[in-house]
Design a protein around this ligand. Structure first.
Ligand code: A2R
Length: 309
């Protein structure tokens, strides 16, 4: 039987790319390259492997008349035009669960780096400053903090479990109250920000979460406030965050995600009270390979018996 033809865009691990090649005829499309450059293959492409943050818009979906499934590499699928997919009955899959613990580990690392200034302290040592004077005592500590988690889904819950082990009180904000957790629920993000001093953002990038962490929320968090974003850059009003970090509206921030990745605003780069990571939340070989395998399994499952995992 002839192999099904699929399209691959964006970055996926080498291992996943090789596995795709075993199952499918793979056409590659570079970011920004028009679908027309694929020639008459556009008529035959039935599957789509979407890596990185490649933009999958209505025009690209429309250019692939035989498309049945888009398998996304990653849990967040913002950047795929879901409405265009729904109109055509195209299945969209993602890779949840396999990255949950890795992202939660990174979230805790970023939180501690920010609160205890660990990356600044290391830069201090490497610059030879310790020979002259001890690093300063950090104004912030986890010992008197309460963390408000915005988005208590798979990853948020894994973060909450880690915080519990550290004896740090947790509250959370979601649209729907969970019946399976002991933490205080807030339907209103601003109200939670007013009651906690540390905001851990684990929300997906959607039209409703867009810029939901705004000036108002940052003011509510207050001058001891620390924001950690491990979800999506679009959730935070970035200029408002920069301003709040500059004028002392909040104390500090730790960011793994940004509004326009991989661009990080020069204003953020210049600030001493922010820890910046290049979107490494799930970025280990182990976890990325697991995500890649799940993405491939979703495609092979669909073409075998129409059951993506
Ligand atoms: O609102 P709910 O009850 O559906 O709870 C979900 C919450 N959430 C929101 N909370 C407040 N306002 C919203 N507009 C809103 N939209 C969603 O975010 C749920 O508690 C959480 C999402 O959890 P999961 O779907 O299990 O996602 P997971 O695997 O934890 O990943 C979260 C995000 C990804 O979408 C990527 O953007 C990033 O982390 O890697």
């Amino acid at each position: 039987m002839a192999k099904v033809e699929i399209l691959q865009t964006g970055v996926i691990p080498q291992k996943a790319r090789a596995t795709l090649g075993e199952h499918f005829v793979v056409h590659e499309l570079a970011e920004g390259q028009p679908a027309a450059s694929l020639g008459d293959a556009v008529q035959r492409i039935r599957g789509f492997s979407r890596g990185g943050h490649a933009n999958v818009d209505a025009a690209l979906i429309g250019a692939l008349p035989a498309l049945e499934i888009i398998a996304n590499f990653g849990v967040g699928y913002d950047g795929i035009d879901l409405k265009a997919c729904a109109e055509r009955g195209i299945i969209v899959t993602n890779t949840p669960d396999v990255l949950t613990e890795e992202v939660a580990d990174t979230a805790l690392g970023l939180l501690l780096m920010t609160v205890r200034e660990l990356s600044a302290a290391e830069r201090y040592l490497r610059a030879g400053e310790w020979e002259k004077k001890n690093y300063r005592l950090t104004p912030a500590t986890m010992r008197n903090r309460t963390v408000g988690i915005a988005g208590l889904g798979r990853i948020g819950l894994a973060i909450a479990r880690r915080l519990e082990a550290m004896h740090v009180p947790v509250a959370y904000h979601t649209r729907t109250k969970r019946s399976d957790v002991p933490y205080r629920h807030y339907g209103d993000l601003r109200a939670m920000a007013a009651d906690v001093d540390t905001l851990m953002i684990v929300l997906p990038g959607t039209p409703t979460t867009h810029n939901s962490v705004n000036r108002d929320v940052l003011e509510a968090l207050g001058p001891q406030g620390i924001v950690i974003n491990i979800g999506r850059g679009s959730v935070v009003d970035e200029p408002a965050l920069v301003q709040a970090l500059k004028d002392g509206t909040i104390l500090a921030a730790g960011l793994d995600v940004f509004a326009h990745e991989p661009h990080v605003p020069a204003d953020l780069l210049a600030l001493p009270n922010v820890v910046l990571l290049p979107h490494v939340g799930s970025g280990s070989v182990y976890t990325r390979d697991a995500m890649g395998q799940l993405m491939v399994d979703n495609l092979t499952g669909w073409f075998k018996d129409r059951t993506p995992l």
